[in-house]
Design a binder for this molecule. Structure first.
Ligand code: NAP
Length: 321
């Protein structure tokens, strides 16, 4: 099968598209013929081995896992022992941070996959797992968002942010979305009640008052959380220094501030799938690349200015830019 491979840490240019052995099926896993992927900041973090502490998970001197890629959607080709939930021919989507998705086939644990909703395309569902799960868990699992509450989402126009705005609305919250001026109309179309352009209004001086603050961008200070919110959830981070300072201040404060790493599971993927099927979430794909351009897709996402999601398809198609 065709797959991207890496043997050292580096930028997207180190990726090689080559012929490798199809992965063999394992117990509790399904073998999926990959039809589409999406790109996430996690792809370039893992590719570059940054921040450095991530190398304790992904390999200290060189990457442990040869094939990159986390988000995928495709068709079940084989089903391993102990898997009851899936059968050959099912259309599924899922994610695994252990990699393996930027390939024609992936062997993935069944617990991080779910059935795709009827009538929805592979690139759309490949765009859901990491960003959608992160938004859902930030708002609901960790943020405990309730109907009628107010939420401020800093970084509302990217992969995670555009899901977060729509999930918050679906759960009945009043949403204030922070993004650049060029994306104000976009986040309002997603359902935001109020949009704040961070390049015109200094968010660090915003005196709004919200039940929950979710920061996907990762530049809010501990004072920002305390000044504006009753509780907070940190999703992304801009620099290690900023993250460490937030965590230190959190340790000496009573303000409820959660920092978490999203974990894929079938139940949360099914929740997202239902919200898509009933039209509460519309997945916005800004760019679609051919599998031959996966390094370019990662390069694009590395600029951290994506509007919604970036998808890649395992077909010989001209890129739709
Ligand atoms: N904790 C976890 O488990 C977890 C899981 C997934 C992702 N993450 C992290 O969450 C972050 C976002 O991920 P993503 O997939 O949404 O990334 P993305 O799709 O690349 O989106 C990045 C967004 O950041 C916005 N942005 C840039 N500068 C900003 C600023 N000064 N203020 C507010 N927003 C700004 C951009 O909006 P404009 O173009 O409008 O500026 C863009 O929409 C990343 O750091 C990622 O590593 C964490």
């Amino acid at each position: 099968m065709k797959a991207y491979t890496k043997t050292k840490y580096g930028g997207p240019e180190i990726l090689q598209l080559e012929e490798v052995e199809k992965p063999s099926l394992k117990d509790d896993h399904i073998l999926v013929r990959v039809m589409a992927n999406s790109a996430n900041p996690a792809d370039w973090h893992i590719l570059r081995g940054k921040p450095f502490f991530a190398r304790f998970s992904f390999g200290l001197f060189k990457p442990k896992d040869k094939i990159p890629g986390a988000d995928f959607a495709g068709i079940v080709a084989e089903v391993g022992n102990n898997v009851a939930h899936f059968k050959v021919g099912d259309r599924v989507f899922g994610e695994t941070l252990k990699g393996g998705a930027f390939a024609e086939y992936i062997c993935a644990p069944a617990t991080v996959c779910a059935i795709m909703p009827e009538g929805i395309d592979f690139p759309v569902m490949a765009s859901v797992p990491i960003a959608g799960i992160t938004a859902l868990q930030a708002l609901i699992t960790h943020g405990q968002l309730k109907a009628g509450e107010s939420i401020l989402i800093n970084g509302s126009s990217g992969g995670v942010g555009h899901f977060a705005v729509q999930i918050a609305k679906a759960y009945g919250a009043k949403v204030t979305a922070v993004c650049s001026s060029r994306n104000i109309a976009f986040v309002k179309a997603l359902g935001a009640d109020i949009a704040i352009p961070y390049d015109k209004v200094n968010i660090h001086q915003n005196d709004g008052s919200y039940d929950l603050i979710v920061d996907t961008h990762g530049n809010l200070s501990h004072n920002d959380y305390k000044r504006m919110g009753q509780r907070g959830v940190m999703v992304g981070f801009t620099t290690m220094g900023h993250m460490i300072s937030l965590l230190l201040k959190r340790a000496f404060s009573k303000f409820p501030l959660v920092q978490f790493t999203a974990e894929a599971n079938t139940k949360d993927l099914e929740t997202l799938s239902s919200l898509i099927q009933i039209g509460k979430i519309e997945v916005h794909i800004e760019k679609t690349y051919s599998y031959k351009e996966i390094p370019e897709a990662i390069k694009y996402i590395e600029a951290m200015r994506a509007k919604g999601k970036v998808a890649m398809v395992w077909e010989d198609v001209d890129s739709k830019r």
